[in-house]
Design a protein around this ligand. Structure first.
Ligand code: GUN
Ligand code: ZN
Length: 432
């Protein structure tokens, strides 16, 4: 019984999207019990009913005042941009040229890549993020450093090295080199432990048509790999893509003609979308990583969640570090609520927590393994502390309404609100 652990605390998780399935999709136990065995959820329910069935030798840890949720899923983040958050610049294309590419050039140095990869993974855990879909730089060894760091912690993490044969000097590669590096990474890292690989053409303007076509071929050769890229983030970018591909009906169509739009494809941003492309994404089963803090920081635009929902396209949340301004998916969820309001719609904080957990897992097609406390799910979870700061303690004192509590956590909280993070049932971060 030594591999069984029981935690008594408030619990919240989801069986489905509350937008479609209604409020019962949110499962909330104000006094709950989470039973973990061999790195998986064994049971989850009310303390009073479930504790009666607990064998006497199972240790129960009582976490009064804590709220346990499944670990957060960051559906879009760049590990080489860890140290450039908030770099002053203009919009996307200026930011890439003046800030991002110079920062990523340094990842040719393996020692720097290893150091940053360790700091990046630690920062994910401090923020309660237990799974991420991660962009690497163009350098194969730097992406290997990230896989090494995640594998050492048994994290479920998907990553890929950026493909960019049109990259600036020092970040450039040939189609052949990009293919060889990608194939080697898939061979060496994909499906090792809990890791996965994503073929990663950076965006339509960083690859020639020949490289995009090659990326589609790589994807077709490996049915277990993902595809990640950027889509329709910025109006100037969208214009340039239209000029480069005058025959394409829209930005998504550029990726589509190279076989890059499918059920394992995750597109970051999708702020400036045609109805046709949303319809096509729904049909293909492709998903979107919504990155609200990045869209505000770079002045890219406001994501239209209601419109994406109406088309039946899955949305997850992405920090998009380093254009994004916080590693915290809690903060990102709070920002998504505000952006939905600016768009004339609404995202309530309960559904925002769904997007941060099960919704993110669905975006990555991993909802059979992570994202909830369903028995059998991998035990990646967090203990949130609504009283993490003096102000949060005042704000949440006596709050029993879940929506109000979650809203306060999302608007006031960040890494400070994450008391502990578990990976596969083991404590991977403890704020102390
Ligand atoms: N488009 C192409 N590369 C990038 C990047 O690194 N960040 C963001 N936000 N958009 C991109
Ligand atoms: Zn990005």
């Amino acid at each position: 019984m030594s591999n069984v652990r029981a935690y008594r605390a408030a619990l919240v998780h989801f069986s489905d999207d509350p937008r479609a399935a209604g409020p019962e999709a949110c499962i909330h136990h104000p006094d709950g019990l989470l039973l973990v065995e061999d790195g998986h959820v064994a049971a989850c329910g009310d303390w009073r009913t479930l504790s009666a069935t607990l064998p006497a030798d199972v240790p129960v840890e009582h976490l009064p005042g804590r709220l346990l949720t499944p670990g957060f899923v960051d559906a879009h983040v760049h590990f080489p941009q860890t140290d450039m958050i908030g770099a002053p610049s203009g919009q996307l294309l200026d930011w890439l040229e003046t800030r991002t590419f110079p920062t990523e050039r340094a990842f040719a140095d393996l020692a720097h890549a290893r150091d940053t990869a360790k700091a990046f993974v630690a920062e994910l855990l401090r923020n309660g993020t237990t799974t991420a879909l991660v962009f690497g730089s163009v350098h194969r060894a730097a992406t290997e450093a990230l896989f090494e760091a995640a594998d050492g912690l048994d994290m479920r993490l998907i990553a890929g090295k950026s493909l960019m044969d049109l990259g600036p000097e020092g970040l450039n590669e040939t189609v052949e080199a990009g293919r060889a590096d990608t194939e080697a990474l898939i061979r060496d890292w994909s499906r090792r432990g809990r890791l996965g690989y994503a073929v990663t053409p950076r965006y339509a303007l960083s690859s020639t048509p020949a490289q995009l076509e090659d990326a589609g071929r790589i994807l077709a050769r490996h049915d277990h790999v993902w595809m990640q890229t950027h889509l329709a983030e910025n109006p100037g970018e969208v214009r340039l893509v239209g000029q480069a591909y005058p025959d394409a009906c829209d930005y998504l169509d550029v990726y589509d003609r190279f076989g890059l739009v499918g059920p394992r494809s995750v597109f970051a941003h999708a702020v400036h979308m045609t109805d046709r492309s949303l319809h096509r994404m729904a049909k293909a089963g492709a998903a979107i990583a919504h990155c609200p803090t990045s869209n505000l920081f770079l002045g890219s635009g406001l994501y239209d969640l209601a419109r994406v929902d109406a088309h039946g396209v899955r949305t997850g949340l992405g920090t998009d570090i380093g254009a994004g301004t916080s590693f915290s998916i809690l903060s990102t969820a709070g920002c998504a609520c505000q952006v939905a309001k600016l768009r004339g719609g609404a995202l309530d904080p309960v559904r925002a927590l769904y997007l941060a957990t099960l919704g993110g897992a669905r975006t990555l097609g991993l909802n059979d393994r992570i994202g909830s406390f369903r028995p059998g799910a991998e035990a990646d979870f967090v203990a949130l502390d609504p009283g993490a700061t003096p102000l949060m303690a005042r704000r949440t004192a006596g709050v029993s309404d879940l929506a109000d509590l979650l809203s306060a956590l999302m608007i006031l909280g960040d890494d400070r609100a994450v008391a502990r993070t578990w990976i596969a049932g083991r404590v991977a971060h403890d704020r102390g």
